[in-house]
Design a protein around this ligand. Structure first.
Ligand SMILES: C[S@@+](CC[C@H](N)C(=O)[O-])C[C@H]1O[C@@H](n2cnc3c(N)ncnc32)[C@H](O)[C@@H]1O
Length: 280
């Protein structure tokens, strides 16, 4: 049986991340073939989707924000929660973080994080422990890229973040279970993404912080059943045909926004071989 690191080297290419070209990651071009290959070569069925082989919109926006605002992490201890490829943690190290713990429950992701960190000349400590069970008071900054696509995990993550200490930033394009009513938008980007994964080539994606308790609505803790798919804003992205990222201010986003009916993400466990799509 092939080991994870060898598999990653054989089935990915070292590519610049579109919104964060100063970082290169081992990335796949298409989702389903690498997922099938993983199961074939490891001789196991029912493996989680290869999230680690892509730079998700939320992670790209958050990495860009961290690199452009290095003071947020410089000299600090950072948790990159749901690290995937390691993109956000690598950005934090490049921005001067004292240390980064990259957490992901997928063993492939842990191998990818180590390989990608080395490719970018940095080192991240990794853990495969599910940290969402206990609030963390030992990180000065917690970064979360694209983890609000599944209802139960989203609720657990929100509870974890609201009870943790430190600066908390979330990168998310408005996935179905993003608790927008508990968050404040701090920056927005038009992120180039793969049409194979999303339903477009540009995804409007924001960096959010947890709103102060007094501004949250509702004020009671959110449980999973309350996190119903939201009606996301689909922006009128005038820049959609342009390459690269465009920052927009909040007023402009909302002026140009159109409402569309929500559609939920495809169930991660679907045996249809459809990759998890985050279309909304
Ligand atoms: C959509 S990917 C985002 C990866 C990366 N942050 C990015 O934006 O490119 C979501 C990641 O969350 C991980 N994940 C899911 N539940 C988790 C949990 N409870 N703790 C840590 N990671 C988790 C998955 O394994 C996957 O790698």
């Amino acid at each position: 049986m092939i080991d994870h690191a060898t598999f990653i080297h054989q089935h990915t290419e070292l590519l610049a991340v579109p919104l964060v070209p100063e970082i290169r990651l081992h990335l796949a071009h298409e989702a389903v073939p690498i997922w099938q290959k993983t199961e074939e070569e490891l001789g196991k069925l029912g493996l989680p989707p290869p999230f680690w082989a892509f730079a998700w919109a939320g992670g790209q926006a958050l990495a860009r924000y961290v690199l452009d605002h290095p003071q947020i992490v410089a000299g600090k201890t950072v948790l990159d929660l749901a690290s995937g490829s390691g993109l956000v943690g690598i950005a934090a190290m490049k921005a001067g973080a004292r240390s980064v713990l990259a957490a992901d429950i997928d063993a492939f992701a842990l191998a990818a994080i180590a390989i990608n960190a080395a490719a970018n000349g940095c080192h991240l400590t990794t853990t495969g422990e599910d940290l969402l069970n206990v609030a963390r008071q030992d990180f000065e900054v917690i970064l979360v890229g694209d983890l609000f696509y599944e209802q139960t995990t989203a609720a657990r993550c929100l509870a974890f973040l609201e009870s943790s200490r430190g600066e908390i930033l979330i990168g998310d394009p408005g996935r179905s279970y993003l608790p927008k009513q508990r968050l404040q938008e701090v920056a927005t980007y038009a992120v180039p993404v793969s049409r194979d994964l999303e339903d477009s080539e540009i995804k409007k994606t924001s960096v959010w912080r947890i709103a102060p308790a007094c501004q949250r609505w509702p004020s009671a803790p959110i449980v999973a059943s309350q996190l119903v798919p939201s009606e996301p804003f689909v922006p009128d992205l005038r820049s959609a045909g342009e390459a690269g990222a465009q920052r927009t201010d909040c007023a402009a986003q909302h002026a140009g926004a159109k409402r569309q009916p929500a559609t939920g993400p495809t169930a991660p466990a679907a045996r249809t071989r459809e990759f998890v799509t985050f279309r909304q």
